[in-house]
Design a protein around this ligand. Structure first.
Ligand code: GLN
Length: 488
């Protein structure tokens, strides 16, 4: 079936369950699609074609299983999450040949649900970036315009979903890395509440911020993936044993937005926002109001300090987490080293790219004696104020709403000269991670100037994923689907 890639995950899963399509057939068609567009998109670090086909055929041999909600569905996994028997590179030379000996918790969950993993997607090295240009294996292109970035750091997952190379994918979000690439590539991305999804088997970047979440072409598809991966796992000590509602059912039951209070944070709609992004997001707010929602002006007054606080905390945690890549236990070891310290220095200098090295050095600096109080402690205090901002705002409304990114996808290479310029682009996504709350990126149209997708962000209370998905579902129906990406 040459047009299989245009189906939704939900549509495919029904066809599979009814025996209209075989799992092997669905995987074969997906691999064909990957082969056809991958030279342009470069979304994958690893495509595990033979293995995926063998797994799909094994599913067919036993026949569809109604108890497995993703039976036979081809999906992709960001290359920071361990899949046994496939490399997990994190987009880095230092882990180029690293193969984990176990599946991450979320991967086990996907397999239990019957999904077929077709490969590992490209990313900024160790998830540090907003464009997927910082991968050691080269940049991924945006399927809407292959001269532009797909966003990052889960840009490979977003591009693969948008290009029809899989029916859904996993990403990780430390400061926006699910929501922003979803926005740039015109797909849906959900960053769950901190603690909602186990990170066991996910390589850590900023441990107090990282979350794994789903990306897909529709809200329903995203809900199906979320339902499969969420839930308590005692192997991750930050994972919370909270009740998980039936999210796809909550989504299906929500017909309009009557009675819903949508908070509109003043700080998210002002200076620096591209007019085409503002227009598309405002139109979505109008659609929400037309479906019965009340728009409530709110304030998140500490937003101007979020970028600084986030980058201090994320880099501090990264400098500590990445200490384990020392040439002894994992990955690349420089062969010419003469003694231990020399081996650390050479292995890490060769293995880590420029951006990762910059962050390890800044992170080490802000944690060092004499600077800790001025930087790290101060950032932690600001983080608390940001959390309080959200708590106050969410007393007056059910969800908050704003743009995901101030701009649409920028040209490849456009931000090379100044790393801080790229950091500043994260202004609307990073506060949510500092607060530990869930957020969703929904495509709401194409920018009037660039013709590229614009994402609206819905932000909610802790463990409010079902509410975010339900609201997004109503808006998705109201606004209609985006056309297929024009760039392929
Ligand atoms: N762009 C942010 C950073 O570079 C966020 C990345 C992420 O969420 N992994 O830290």
């Amino acid at each position: 079936m040459s047009d299989l890639h245009t189906m939704t995950l939900a549509g495919l899963r029904e066809a599979l369950a009814a025996g209209k399509i075989g799992a092997g057939e669905a995987t074969a068609a997906t691999l064909e699609r990957i082969a056809a567009v991958e030279p342009k998109v470069r979304a994958f670090v690893t495509v595990a074609g033979e293995r995926a086909l063998a797994e799909a055929r094994a599913l067919d041999a036993r026949g569809p299983d109604p108890a497995r909600p993703l039976w036979g569905v081809p999906v992709a996994v960001k290359d920071v999450i361990a899949v046994k028997g496939m490399p997990t590179t994190c987009g880095s030379r230092i882990l180029e040949h690293f193969e984990p000996c176990y599946d991450a918790f979320v991967v086990r969950r996907l397999r239990e649900a019957g999904a077929v993993i077709v490969g590992k997607t490209n990313m900024d090295e160790f998830a540090m970036g907003s464009s997927t240009e910082k991968s050691a294996f080269g940049p991924t292109a945006n399927p809407w315009d292959t001269t532009r970035v797909p966003g990052g750091s889960s840009g490979g997952s977003a591009a693969a979903v948008a290009a029809g190379q899989c029916f859904g994918a996993l990403g990780t979000d430390t400061g926006g890395s699910i929501r922003q690439p979803a926005s740039f590539c015109g797909c849906v991305g959900l960053k769950p509440t901190y603690g909602r999804v186990s990170r066991w088997g996910c390589v850590a970047y900023g441990s107090s911020l990282d979350q794994i979440g789903p990306m897909a072409r529709t809200v329903q598809d995203t809900a199906l993936l979320f339902q499969a991966i969420a839930g308590f796992d005692p192997q991750d000590s930050t994972c919370v044993d909270a009740a998980l509602p039936d999210t796809p059912a909550a989504l299906a039951a929500c017909e309009d937005l009557a009675g819903l209070r949508i908070g509109v944070p003043r700080e998210y709609w002002g200076q620096g926002l591209a007019p085409e992004v503002e227009a598309a997001c405002r139109a979505a707010l109008d659609a929400a109001a037309a479906r019965g929602a009340t728009l409530v002006p709110v304030e998140l007054p500490h937003t101007p300090y979020a970028v600084a606080a986030y980058y201090i905390i994320a880099m501090a945690e990264a400098s500590s987490n990445l200490a384990r890549f020392d040439g002894v236990r994992y990955g690349l070891r420089d062969k010419d080293a003469r003694e231990l310290l020399d081996m650390y220095v050479r292995s890490r200098s060769r293995g880590f790219g420029e951006e990762v090295q910059r962050r390890i050095m800044i992170g080490t600096y802000v944690l060092s004696a004499g600077y800790y109080d001025a930087y790290y402690r101060k950032a932690a205090q600001v983080r608390r104020l940001i959390r309080q901002d959200f708590a106050e705002a969410l007393k007056r409304c059910d969800v908050l709403c704003g743009p995901v990114s101030p701009v649409t996808a920028w040209p490849l290479g456009a931000m090379d000269a100044d790393p801080v310029q790229m950091y500043l682009m994260d202004i609307f996504t990073i506060s949510l991670n500092l607060a530990g709350l869930p957020g969703l990126s929904l495509p709401v149209g194409l920018g009037a100037d660039s013709g590229l997708p614009v994402g609206l962000q819905l932000l909610g209370p802790a463990f409010g994923e079902a509410r975010l998905l339900a609201v997004a579902g109503v808006l998705e129906r109201a606004l209609g689907p985006l056309p297929a990406p024009a760039g392929l």
